[in-house]
Design a protein around this ligand. Sequence first.
Ligand code: C2E
Ligand code: CA
Ligand code: CA
Length: 740
Amino acid sequence: MARPGWLTPFAVSMAVAEVVLVLAGTRGAYPVLLVWVPAVAGLAAAVAAFRGAAVRTGGDLRAFWRRVAVAMGFVLLAGISQTLDVVTLPWSGMPPIGTRTLCLYVVGTILAITALLRLPAGGRTWRQLLTAVLDVAVVVVTGGIATSQYIGWFMNRFGVSESAWWLNIAMIAIAVAGAVVVVKIMTARRSPIPRAALWWLAPIGLAGPLSTLLMTALRPWPHLNGSAAVLPFVGLCGTLAAHAQHRRLAAGGSSRIAHPSAGRRGSAVPLVASGLISLLVATVFLRTGHLSTVQVAGTTMLLLLVVARQAIALAENNSLLDTVARQAMHDELTGLFSRRYFTAAVASTTEPHTVVLIDLKEFRAINDGLGPAAGDALLTAYAERLTALAGRHAVVARLGGDEFGLLLTAAPGTVDRLLAASAEPLSAAGHELLVDVSIGLTDGDTADAPDSYRRAELALREAMAGAGGRVVRYDATLERQLSRRATVAADLRRGLAAGEFHLLYQPIVNLPDGRLIGVESLVRWGDVPPAGFIPVAEDTGLIVELGAWILDTVCAQAAEWRRRHGPDALRSVAVNVSARQLLDPALPEIVAAALARHGLPARQLTVEITETAVFGGGRALASVTALSDLGVAIALDDFGTGHSSLGLLRTCPVDAIKVDKSFVDGLGGSPQQEAIAIALTGIAETMGLRTVAEGVETVEQAQRLYELGYRQAQGFHFARPLPAEAIDEMLAAQQNRVAA
Ligand code: C2E
Ligand code: CA
Ligand code: CA
C-alpha cells in the first residue's frame, strides 16, 4: 500500500482549523459540536498514518506501529465518545465527560505506553533497563505528590466536588502516563524507531495535563473545550511521527541503525524530581504548617528511589570503566595483552628479565595471498603457540600487526624453543603454513626495565633488516650503529641535493678473450663504501630518489657510448635496483622515461635485482614483470645466496644470472666446492639464461670458469670499477683492434 501523501497536510490543516476555531470562539458563540470536527478528523489521520507505517515496515518496527495504531484508535473512539457526551450529558458548570470516555482515554494511553515499553532495547543491560524503570517511578511519585497537592485547586476551579473521583483518577493517570512516555523516549538509547519519530510522539504524552489546563483557561466560553483544542495536535504529532518513519524508509536508512545516545539525558530526571519536590514540600509546609501523610510518604519514597537509581548508575559506570580498561589491556583478535599493557609491564618489572619481540616474516605476503581471514587465523594460531611455549609466568602480548612480545622473568631456553617451533607448520584456515620469525631481545635488571622495551625494539629492527640474522640480542654497539645511521641519513639527503654522487662502471668481459661486452654501474659517494650508505638509503626511502638519478645517468651514459662507438659496442649496461625501489609503483615509468629521454633501446639496459627482493611476489614481482615487458633485461644478482633460487626462475622473467663471488672463490678447490658453480651453468644453459661469473680475481679462476662453460665474467682480474672516460678509452681501443 502506498503512503497516502495527503495525510500530513491534512493533519496540519486540522490543527490550524482548530486554532482558528478556538480563537474565533473567544469572540462569538457557535454550535458546541463544531470544535470536535477537526479533533476527530485529526485523530483519524493519525490512525491512518500509523497503519501506513505498519504496512511499510517489518519485524519489531511493524509490531510497534501496529500497536500505536490500535492505541490511537482508542483515543479516536474516546474523542468521538466525548463529542457524544457534550450532546447527551447534563452540564454541571464544566464540560461534561462520561465514564465511558475516560475509560477509552485511559485504555488508549495504557496501550501507547505498552507499545513504547515493548520496543526492543537493543544492547541495553539489565542495569540500564532498571535505571529507566526507576526513572519512570521517580517521575510517577513526583507527579503523584504534586497532583495530590494541587488536585483540590483544580477541582475548585472546575466547580466540582472532590468526590468526582473518576476525573480525579483519570487526570492523575493521564499526567503520569504522559511523564512515563516522555521518560521512556528520553532513555531510548538504541531504538529501531527513527529518533525524529520518537520526538514527535513525545509531546502526545503531555496532551492529558495540557487539556486539563486548557479546560480551566477556556471556562468562560462553554462552547469551547480543552480536549477538543488539544486532540488535533495529538493527531498532528502522530501523523508527523509516521511521516518521519516514512522519510527514514525512503532515505534507504536501515531500520536497525543504532543510536548511541550522545549524553545520558535520563540522569537529570532524579535530580530535577528531587529538586521540585523539595521546593513543593517546603512551600506547603511554610504555608500550612503541616504536611499530609501522602506528601511525607511520597517524599520518603522518592528519596529512596533516587538513591537506588544513583547506586545502579554508579555500578553501571564502574562496570563500563572495567570494560574500557580490559579493552585497552587486551588485543581483540588474539586475546593476548595489548602493546599498552606490555610496555607498562616491562617498564615496571622489578626482577631480572628478558624482553623478546617477534616479527612474523612474510606475514604480509600470506595475508595478501590467502586473504585476511587466513591472516587472522594465522595470528591466532601463533598466539596460541606463544602462550603454550612461554609458560605461566610470562606476559605474552600482541603488539599490533604481526608483532608479538614476551616478557620473561624465569624461563631459560624459551627463545631456543621458539626458534625450534618455527620449523613446525601452523594450521590456519585450512592451510599448513611455515612461519619464519625475526627476533629481537634484550636482557635486563630492574634498573634497565624502563629502557628494555626500546632496546628490544632496536634489536628487532636490526633482525628484520637482516643485517644481524634472525635473532639479534641488544648490546650497546647497536645503539652506536643506529646513531651513526641517523647521521648518515641526514648527510645522504644533503649529498643528494648537492650532487655529490657519481657512478663508476665495472667491465663485464667475454671469456676467454677478455673483450669488453658490457658494464655494471656502481654508485660512489666520497670515500663511503656503498655498503655504508645503500642500506641507509633503503631504510629511509632515499634510494628511490637516488635510484632515479642513477637510472637517468646510466641511460644518458649508455646513449653517449652508442653515439661514439656504434650501436653494438656494448651489449648491455647494467644498473643495480634495490628491493625498496621495486616496491615503488612508479618504477617502470621512471625507467621508461629515462630510456625515452636519452633514446636508448630498452634491450641495452639490464636491471640487476636480488632474489630476496622478488621472492615475496606482490608489488616487487609486478614491477619486474613490467620492466621485462618494456624490453629491459633482468639479471638476478648474487645468485645462489638467496633461499629460493630455482623456483624463482619459473615465476620471474629472468634473462641472466650473476653467479655470486662466493662460488667463484671455491673454484680450483675440492669437487664439493666447485659443485654449485658447475650446477649453475648447467641450469642456466637449459633455461636459456645468460650467466655472468662475479668477483673473478685470478687468472686461474678465469681459466677454470671457461672450462666449466662460463662465457661472461666480471671481477678485479679483468678490471676494477672505472670512470666513464676509462670505458670510452677501452671501447675506442677495441674498435681500433677490430679495424686493424
Ligand atoms: P653488487 O651488485 O654485487 O656489486 C658488485 C660488487 O662487487 C661491487 O662492490 C664491486 O666493486 C665488487 N667487486 C667486483 N669485482 C670484484 C672482485 O673481483 N673482488 C671483490 N672483492 N669485489 C669485487 P661495490 O661497488 O662496493 O658495491 C657493493 C654493493 O652495493 C653492490 O653489490 C650492490 O648491491 C650495491 N650497489 C652498488 N651500486 C649500487 C647502485 O647504484 N644501486 C643500488 N641499488 N645498489 C648498488
Ligand atoms: Ca650488481
Ligand atoms: Ca653481485
